[in-house]
Design a protein around this ligand. Structure first.
Ligand SMILES: NC(=O)C1=CN([C@@H]2O[C@H](COP(=O)(O)OP(=O)(O)OC[C@H]3O[C@@H](n4cnc5c(N)ncnc54)[C@H](OP(=O)(O)O)[C@@H]3O)[C@@H](O)[C@H]2O)C=CC1
Ligand SMILES: C[C@H](O)[C@@H]1OC(=O)[C@H](O)[C@@H]1O
Length: 253
């Protein structure tokens, strides 16, 4: 097991990629604290799966867009589990909308959740790791959308690019403390974030057709890459970006 005896924190883990990462970490021997925003049942189900694996799980509700949530999540996680070894910054939203009439509040909310929230959370986790004095690993869920655009994602793609850029700078700032910072860049993964968008079956088929591995991703496809970057197998990896997209990014023709 790659995370035996470690304590792993995951934001946005009541569903989707975060949930898969949290359960995957437990499968690899970690105790896990999860953050989430509104889905109490989803969060409880995630903790139940962690506990069914013989590990300790705790769910702590909070809006990552609120700076106070970061301090609260770290403090309550340490109170429950004792420390922070791995921090997975995952929480994010993508309310698809056209560019020319994009409401300011949609831009603001998307930036505050995806980018400001990441900043506050990573900063709080890093301060706890520095206080502990024995390093750590931070993994951010950026996106293929850090590298390419989307007609209805002009408010979203900059936040995903920003999340990876944050990992690059944090890797420099935290290297002296033995804290590694890396990003995973998922392709299109079937979750709640795109359920409505991909209800358009023509679009769904077009998106799948550009994937060399022949299918859109599943949340569990991200668990392994996240756990790898969190584990000692990646002990000399920091500031890196790992595409997890079935080959979509490189597929021009
Ligand atoms: N799915 C995809 O194709 C891709 C996703 N990503 C990224 O993956 C990450 C996870 O997305 P995904 O699993 O697909 O989406 P889901 O919608 O399935 O899950 C999002 C999770 O984030 C939580 N969340 C949303 N807003 C907040 C908030 N303000 N505070 C705390 N938690 C919040 C949700 O909590 P709750 O449900 O309780 O509100 C939920 O647990 C995002 O950062 C996204 O940008 C990147 C590339 C591709
Ligand atoms: C929400 C999108 O479907 C999803 O999120 C991303 O980051 C990529 O744009 C994916 O397609």
């Amino acid at each position: 097991m790659l995370l035996e005896g470690k304590t792993v924190l995951v934001t946005g883990a009541s569903a989707g990629i975060g949930r898969a990462a949290a359960i995957g970490a437990a499968r690899h021997g970690a105790n896990v604290a999860i953050n989430y925003h509104s889905d109490d049942a989803g969060a409880a189900a995630c903790v139940a799966e962690i506990e069914a694996l013989g590990r300790t799980g705790v769910a702590i509700k909070g809006d990552v867009a609120d700076p106070a949530t970061a301090q609260d999540f770290i403090a309550r996680s340490v109170e429950a589990l004792g420390r922070v070894d791995v921090f997975v910054n995952n929480a994010g939203i993508c309310p698809f909308h056209a560019f020319l009439d994009m409401p300011a509040e949609t831009v603001d909310r998307t930036f505050r959740v995806n980018l400001h929230g990441a900043y506050y959370m990573v900063q709080a986790a890093a301060n706890q790791m520095v206080k502990q004095g024995d390093g750590g690993a931070i993994v951010a869920v950026s996106s293929i959308s850090a590298l390419v655009g989307g007609e209805y994602q002009t408010h979203y793609t900059p936040t995903k690019a920003g999340v990876h850029s944050l990992m690059q700078s944090a890797a420099i700032a935290l290297g002296k403390h033995g804290i590694r910072c890396n990003s995973v860049l998922p392709g299109t993964i079937l979750t709640d974030i795109n359920k409505d968008d991909l209800a358009d079956l023509d679009k769904r088929e077009r998106m799948a057709a550009r994937v060399p591995l022949g299918r859109l991703g599943k949340p569990d496809d991200l668990a392994g890459p996240i756990i790898f970057l969190a584990s000692d197998l990646a002990r000399y990896v920091t500031g890196a970006a790992l595409l997890v997209d079935g080959g979509a990014f490189v597929n021009l023709q």
